[in-house]
Structure formats: structure tokens, C-alpha cells
Design a protein around this ligand. Structure first.
Ligand code: UDX
Length: 437
């Protein structure tokens, strides 16, 4: 089937490439001329395992195309996917300018009936609005129906998630449009869940808000464990054995970051407020996350009193491993707080350092390896659980640091290991190891 995808950001590109892989003829359209030229050569603008290979293979098969021209992209397309950004506005609301512009572009350029599929995460009611905008701006009487088809992709495993996802949600108020989307998605062989358009939009927000809630919940339990001398790793494992709870997303740490959870939780609080609903639970989830992101500095201040003049090794900067994405990463807050307290931050990240430079304080020093970061440091902070960071041994810390004091925001080491070495080891929701003294 002929399909157009508007927007070749993270979601759009992965969607377009994967749709071409299952046999569809896909044209991706983007306004960025240079980016389109590079993608035509099979070069992915984002770092995502497996994507480059699939891109090249399907360009070669002649079923994946890139253009800046809407008319060319839409010619003959039965479905047009909207996958443009919905950045967060100052007030927490999703900014729908780009989505609305695409709706106008669709109306101005189509020459046949189409189903408009929204992949971007948009507030409840937006798909209906998109449908109205397209219909209002149409020059001829084509049939246009909207379908909500939210994505649930994780950065770093987006290709895998597309082929092995738990469900495909199709929200539509028109049976023919829903049937077309079902036909497009059938080759993925994943369970399809059909519902009305508004419920589909809500599924996306509710899912992300629920996962964020799980994380804030376990982080609060971790904070309690620290005070009550319990071990959050064991508590989470014991809870997770209950099928109703499940073991995933119960890893205590320094809170969630990234492009989805922070943005979508704030947006849902806003959406609720428009219908005079005070979403207190979710507000608390957000607040807990903010405090959790600062937790390592709080602990360091408790340990040292003043951080003035301290040299700090910051191990990992990205919001999670295997991505160069720095959006809402805890490292940003932590580095700013440390610098404000008079400390020097020596940062290491295998791939996110370039992106970090725009967001961390200008005084931050960047190094190429974890070893260089800890050399001469007064304490270390583990922010992202990269393999390269986990490869550091207690022996390394003891040998290279000024003082082997480690604040681990990701529980990378076992307490047994730590206890065998003359180090100070502060982790999340577990006993402090201070065997140095
Ligand atoms: C998330 C959702 O998983 C995905 O379904 C949605 O479409 C987009 O948002 P992503 O942001 O790529 O994906 O990352 P994810 O792996 O879910 O992690 C998000 C954040 O939560 C990271 O900062 C991670 O470190 C943190 N996290 C995750 C925890 O602190 N504990 C956990 O148990 C799980």
C-alpha cells in the first residue's frame, strides 16, 4: 500500500522505515532539504540500533523514498501519517502548531481520499480537530478520516519495539478507516486493539503516566527503605513476583528523564485541568521525580556539608544508556546544582557529551573515559548506567580517586562487593557502605 509519513524525527523515521520493511511503499516527507538528501543516501539522522540497515535495504528495494515535496509524497497515498513534534509549551501544554500545519498541507496537496493517521502524542480531541482542519481547507470533495495510532517506542530499542510491541492501538470513529489501518498493520503480527478515537489518544497518555507513576512510586519506596533499613532491590523483586504488579519499571534510581515521560505527564495534568479535574496523583509523581533527580547532590551535601572546591566525576550524562538523548536528563539538574555549590564537574559520557555541552554549565570539563573522570576526584556520581561506567571496579575507584566516595544513582554494584572494599558507597534505597572508617 502507498503510504506517506510527514516528519522524519524519531517516531516518523522509525515508523516509515518499518512500514516499508513489511512491504508498503513509503514516502517520508520533511521540510529540511539537507536532512532529506542524507536520508536518500541511507544515512539516518538519529542513533537507533538496526535503523540504518533497514533504511538502506528498503531504499534499495525501491519502496522507501524521501522528499521535501508534499504533493509528490501524497500522490496516490491511501494513508498519511502525521509524526511531527509536539513540543512542550511553557505552561506544560503540548504545542500543536506543527500538527495543525500538516493538516493544512494535507488539505492543500491531496488528490484522492485519505486516512490521516496521527502518531504524534496529542491531547484528547486533537485527531477530531485535525480531521476538521483538513476538511475545512480541502479544495475538492475528498473523503478524509482521522485515525489515532499512538506509538509506544523506547529510544534505543524503537525498531525492536515496532516489530515486537505488545499491542497496536487503532482509534477511529469510522469503520472503513479503522479497517485500512488494520490492513496496513497486520503484517507486524502484533495484537491490534481497536477503540474510538479519543480513547486511543488517552491510552497513550495513560500508559506513559502509569509507567512514570511506577517509577516515582518505587523511588519513594526506596527513600523509605533508606530510612527504615530495608533494601529496595529486594522489595521490588518481591513485589514484581505478583503478576498484578509486574517486575518491569520498578527500578529505583534518579528518576525518569527523556522526551516522553516528563512531557506527557505534564501535558496530562494540563489536559485534566481544562476539564476542571485536579490530577493530584500525577502532580505528585512529577514532584517526586524532580526531587529524585536532585537526590545525589542532596546526599553529597549531607555527607560533606559544603561542596566548595570539590572535584566531582559525573559518570554518564544521557537520560538512560544507549542513547545520546539529553532531554530532561538528571545530569543537567545535578551539574547545575554542583557548580552552584562551588564544585568542579568532570563529565564522561560515551555518546551524549556533545549534546550535553549545550545544557550543562559552561564550566563543566569533559573527558573521554570513565578512568579520566574519576582521576583525582573527591567523589563520583553515577548518573547513567552505561556498560563503560559499570566496568569500573572498586579497585579503580580506590586507585584513581582522591577519595573513593561513590554516589550511585543507578545501583550498579552489589552491596556485598562494596562492603569488601575500603570505599564509601551510597546507592538508592539501600544501606550505605562506609567500610573505609
Ligand atoms: C518511554 C516509554 O517506555 C515508551 O513506551 C514511550 O513511547 C516513550 O517513553 P523512553 O523515554 O525511550 O520510552 O525510555 P524508557 O526506557 O521507558 O525510560 C524512561 C526513563 O525512566 C529513563 O530515564 C530511565 O532511566 C527511567 N526508568 C525506567 C527508571 O528510572 N526505572 C525503571 O524501572 C524504568
Amino acid at each position: 500500500m502507498q503510504i506517506a509519513v510527514v516528519g522524519t524525527g524519531y517516531v516518523g523515521l522509525v515508523t516509515g522505515v518499518c512500514l516499508s520493511e513489511i512491504g508498503h511503499d513509503v514516502t517520508c516527507v520533511d521540510i529540511d532539504e539537507q536532512k532529506v538528501e542524507r536520508m536518500r543516501q541511507g544515512l539516518s539522522p538519529i542513533y537507533e540500533p538496526g535503523l540504518d540497515e533497514l533504511m538502506k535495504a528498503n531504499i534499495d528495494r525501491g519502496r522507501l523514498h524521501f522528499t521535501t515535496n508534499h504533493k509528490e509524497a501524497f500522490a496516490g497515498a491511501k494513508a498519511i501519517y502525521i509524526a511531527v513534534g509536539t513540543p512542550q509549551r511553557e505552561d506544560g501544554q503540548a504545542d500543536l502548531r506543527f500538527v495543525e500545519q500538516v493538516a493544512i498541507d494535507i488539505a492543500s496537496n491531496i488528490e484522492n481520499d485519505v486516512v490521516v493517521v496521527t502518531k504524534s502524542t496529542v491531547p484528547v480531541g486533537t485527531n477530531e480537530r485535525v480531521q476538521s482542519i483538513v476538511r475545512e481547507h480541502l479544495k475538492e470533495d475528498y473523503k478524509v478520516h482521522s485515525v489515532s495510532n499512538p506509538e509506544f517506542l523506547r529510544e534505543g530499542s524503537a525498531v525492536k519495539d515496532t516489530f515486537e510491541g505488545d499491542r497496536i492501538v487503532i482509534g477511529s470513529n469510522n469503520e472503513e478507516a479503522a479497517a485500512l489501518l488494520e490492513e496496513i498493520n497486520r503484517p507486524f503480527g502484533i495484537e491490534i486493539f481497536k477503540t474510538d478515537i479519543r480513547s486511543a489518544e488517552m491510552i497513550k497518555y495513560a500508559s506513559n503516566a502509569f509507567l512514570a507513576t511506577k517509577i516515582s512510586f518505587i523511588n519513594e519506596i526506596a527513600n523509605l527503605c533508606e530510612k527504615l533499613e530495608a533494601d529496595v532491590e529486594d522489595v521490588a523483586a518481591g513485589m514484581g513476583l505478583d503478576d498484578r504488579i509486574g517486575s518491569k519499571f520498578l527500578k529505583a534510581g534518579i528518576g525518569y528523564g527523556g522526551s516522553c515521560f516528563p512531557k506527557d505527564t505534564s501535558a496530562l495534568v494540563q489536559i485534566a485541568s481544562y476539564v476542571q479535574h485536579d490530577f493530584n496523583l500525577l502532580k505528585s509523581v512529577i514532584q517526586v521525580n524532580g526531587e529524585q533527580q536532585r537526590m545525589l547532590v542532596t546526599k553529597a551535601k549531607q555527607r560533606f556539608g559544603s561542596l566548595e572546591g570539590k572535584r566531582v566525576a559525573m559518570l554518564g550524562l544521557a537520560f538512560k544508556p544507549n542513547t545520546d538523548d539529553m532531554r530532561e536528563a538528571a545530569s543537567i539538574t545535578l551539574a547545575h546544582e554542583l557548580v552552584k555549590e562551588g564544585a568542579t564537574v568532570v563529565a564522561y559520557d560515551p555518546i551524549a557529551a556533545d549534546n550535553a555541552k549545550k545544557l550543562l554549565p559552561s564550566e563543566t570539563l569533559y573527558v573521554e573515559s570513565p578512568d579520566e573522570a574519576i582521576a583525582g576526584a573527591d567523589f563520583a556520581m553515577i548518573v547513567t548506567e552505561w556498560d563503560q561506567v559499570k566496568a569500573l571496579t572498586f579497585h579503580d575507584y580506590i586507585e584513581k580517586m582522591n577519595e573513593p566516595i561513590i554516589f550511585d544513582g543507578r545501583n550498579c554494584y552489589s552491596l556485598e562487593q562494596a562492603a569488601q572494599h575500603p570505599v564509601e558507597y551510597y546507592s538508592v534505597g539501600r544501606k550505605n557502605i562506609t567500610s573505609r572508617n
